[in-house]
Design a protein around this ligand. Sequence first.
Ligand SMILES: Cc1cc2nc3c(=O)[nH]c(=O)nc-3n(C[C@H](O)[C@H](O)[C@H](O)COP(=O)(O)OP(=O)(O)OC[C@H]3O[C@@H](n4cnc5c(N)ncnc54)[C@H](O)[C@@H]3O)c2cc1C
Length: 493
Amino acid sequence: MRVKLAGFNIDADILRRLDPGRGRHLTPETLSAAYARISRSPLAVDQLRKKACQDVEKARRSNQKIIFEMGHHSVAEHAVFNFDIMGVSRLALEEIERFRLASYTEKSQRYVTLEGDLVLPRELRAPESRKTFQAIVARQNRFYFRAFERLQRRLQHRHREIARSAAGQRLVEGWAKEDARYILPLATSGQAGVTVNARSLEHMFRSWRLSPREEVRRLAGKLHALVMPIAPSLILFPEPTDFDREAFAAIDGHFAAARPRPGQDLEIVAATENGDDMILAARLATVGSLDFGRALVRVRKLSPARKKTLLVEFFRKIQFFSAMPREFEMADITFQAVVSASCFAQLKRHRMATLLAGDYAPELGFSLPASIRDAGLDDEFAAIIRTTDEAYRRLRAAHGAAADYVLTNAHRRRVLMKMNLREMYHFVRLRDDAHAQWDIRALAGALAARVRRLWPLTAMMLCGKSRFAEEYGNIFSAPPAGAAPEASPGQEI
Ligand SMILES: Cc1cc2nc3c(=O)[nH]c(=O)nc-3n(C[C@H](O)[C@H](O)[C@H](O)COP(=O)(O)OP(=O)(O)OC[C@H]3O[C@@H](n4cnc5c(N)ncnc54)[C@H](O)[C@@H]3O)c2cc1C
């Protein structure tokens, strides 16, 4: 066996310093070209790489042939890019982070005091619209700073013990920030680091170029202009097709847009019937090389007590960070929920799921943090939301989707999400936890309760990290093996 480290991503500023004359053709294309040749060449991989590096133009032609003519887009996955994306709106960040096969880290509104940095969308630059936009976002920001100060004072008083230490101070300050920001507009400026391979990037370009927002279409152009000098042979289809553009036209046209109406905040719309049996049968079918139908019959013959004993043994050695096995993907649940923009900003990051999001709509109401109510700021908060909704309706009539920029983190949308039990364990562990933010924690907690009722055996250990030891103790009357998760005081919801 021979193994070599063939490549890893390096900061572009270092590369520029290493190759000031740009003479060295620094490109990830040679990796794609070399790996694309593995399937049909007698040469060893490291020899293929050497050849590709010796003649980059030939490597490029080879990539184009393999991707364009033979349709093997997968070779483009061997090229990975990192992007700093700065000064974009919260709304644009939603469209950036919509893709699952990529990695993101975003500036958090929970931990960073916002300075009122805003994106004025080009669609709203006409004097009348600009005036409407600036008037409402200025009012939202003034309230943010006042609310932050008042909440911080109140929370420091209520949590005097916690606030004694510097870390405690920061924690309490974070609670004040995460609630005050509910009044901030989706035009608020943010930034993110993005890591993505060339194949996903091409897909992003096609999707962003169809965005209803000029800001996102412009972002696509900027990233494309940055990548093409480096890897022209790997980005071949950056333009949306007629299918991308029009496929849903007839369907959307037929169901003329109904105005959204408030409904239940959380509703299960579909779930695998008897997920416990499905998961047990999947295991039996795999390890026993049994036909799945026969495996299911055998599982269904087991007594409920016997099934419980088997699953209890399955969980005996679990630790708070243990990932569930692939068999747990055999049970999935589809739910709809009405969530605030703040909750959605966190929910969208769970990539191992199917997430469909409707537009933000004032008709769906707004989410009000309890701390704002307790501080007696709820009337003023609601008044600003009403004024925002009026501004939104005026701007929407003239500028369509660009009106969303004035909506706030408190405004809501309806989402449809499908998750399997494996991802649900991960989601609930992170989000129904003391470190989690109250809004998504409420959603995760409600979901966990429903899933535990649906699949009581395989979901018996479905809980937030901070409640892991307690749940384990309820089943095994003993503490779990291994380290306990770091304890942290949560903000009373
Ligand atoms: C308390 C808290 C604070 C947070 N603060 C911030 C913040 O300040 N800024 C911020 O940007 N985010 C923040 N996040 C979001 C966090 O970074 C994750 O994006 C989010 O929790 C989703 O988790 P995940 O990526 O593990 O989930 P999923 O995307 O659902 O992934 C599930 C699992 O699949 C695997 N996986 C998925 N994609 C990849 C991949 N590309 N490469 C390797 N493995 C992969 C991993 O094992 C992962 O655990 C915070 C989250 C929490 C809970």
